[in-house]
Design a protein around this ligand. Structure first.
Ligand code: ATP
Length: 361
């Protein structure tokens, strides 16, 4: 008997209520085509949850997520929340911290038929998600930022051997399943102790993977290398803030930030989340590109397939990925990719590609 997988749906803010339903629609069609049974569980999060529950991340949402196989998280516009929510750790940071989703895996791949600064990019950034220079999430209590006087602000950066080792292993395993190249990104010439430790630990883990070719760059130099020759990179591992910035750059030069997917994973659960933010400038106008959210969902199905040893889940991911690629190759895309399709028109086209693909077997 086949298992029913239970997945959470948290729409979030800005373009979230446009791109998350689009991604769920495509995943539902693909799962049906691949013979996977999914129960979708909608949960409150973001500005709507402030209205309904008095907090952007209600306890009941966290409790429900703990019982699910994984979930889709839409972007949030936490800078727009009223105080005190504006000063608190934002919903995705809270979820990453609460569920110890330590590996943020962010691929950047150009699509044939879509405009891109760099054609032929096919790389994955593995970003450490629980410490580093995002001070808001690297303390047990409080946010790791201090303001002793109105004119002085201090932040705390943390790098630990344990957190670096576990994310490095994820990155090396991924490299081993791809082109067997791994790049460590750091700033060990200036931040010698913190990012120096990050580099050292990654190099130690490298000893267990003699089949993977390793190099390393300073974060500033790496931005230049990415723009010049993104196609030369395979897997990149780096700390939290460097990874956040570098993955926006990688997403944009390989097409659009609107196509850059990601998952946040622990050893036991995973959260699909587009790399981009809530794009308030285009929210509510049916202009958003849902590709990043749709492909984040595919990554979640792939991750679940590996975790549960269920080939039908992996097949669901492949159906989603192929339908998106076929749609873009056929010349249908949203404005950010140079096309004219609205969010809903693009979603309908991908949905049709799922059905057409299923028809071809
Ligand atoms: P955050 O800090 O929450 O990640 P951000 O400040 O990086 O957010 P985004 O919300 O990601 O900013 O938006 C950056 C730019 O990219 C905006 O011009 C936005 O319209 C565009 N953008 C982001 N996501 C999409 C999308 N899915 N489709 C089209 N354009 C997008």
């Amino acid at each position: 008997m086949s298992t029913t997988y239970r997945l959470g749906v948290l729409e979030g803010d800005g373009i979230g209520p446009e791109i998350v339903p689009s991604a769920v629609e495509i995943a539902t069609a693909a799962a049906r085509a691949a013979g996977v049974s999914v129960d979708w569980v909608t949960l409150p999060l973001g500005a709507a949850a402030i209205e309904s529950h008095g907090t952007p991340l209600p306890e009941e949402t966290k409790e429900a997520l703990a019982g699910l196989d994984g979930w889709y998280l839409g972007p949030h516009d936490s800078v727009g929340y009223p105080e005190p929510h504006n000063s608190a750790l934002n919903p995705s940071g809270s979820l990453r911290k609460h569920f110890q989703l330590f590996a943020n895996i962010r691929p950047a791949k150009s699509f044939p038929g879509a405009k891109a600064v760099c054609d032929g990019a096919d790389l994955v950034i593995v970003r450490e998600n629980t410490e580093g220079f995002y001070a808001d999430r690297n303390t047990f209590a409080g946010t790791g930022e201090f303001m002793p006087t109105p004119d002085t602000a201090i932040m705390m950066g943390i790098v630990t051997r344990a957190a670096t080792e576990r994310v490095a292993r994820v990155a090396f395993e991924l490299a081993r399943s791809r082109r067997k190249k791994l790049t460590i990104v750091h700033k060990a010439n200036v931040l010698k102790l913190t990012t120096g430790l990050f580099r050292t630990v990654c190099q130690e883990v490298a000893q267990e993977y003699p089949d993977v070719v390793v190099d390393d760059f300073h974060i500033d130099a790496m931005t230049v290398h990415l723009v010049r020759r993104a196609q030369d990179f395979d897997v990149i591992v780096t700390e939290n803030m460097f990874g956040d910035i570098l993955s926006d750059l990688a997403g944009e030069i390989s097409g659009s930030l609107g196509t850059a997917p990601s998952i946040n994973a622990s050893a036991t659960t995973a959260m699909a989340q587009a790399s981009h933010g809530s794009a308030p400038d285009i929210a509510g106008r049916n202009l958003a590109n849902p590709v990043a959210m749709i492909l984040s969902g595919a990554m979640l199905f792939e991750w679940l397939g590996a975790r549960h040893g269920d080939a039908a889940l992996t097949a669901t991911a492949a159906v989603i990925q192929r339908a998106v690629a076929d749609t873009i190759a056929a010349g249908v895309s949203t404005r950010d990719l140079g096309g004219t399709a609205s969010t809903t028109e693009f979603t309908t086209a991908v949905s049709k590609a799922v059905h057409d693909g299923a028809g071809q077997g």
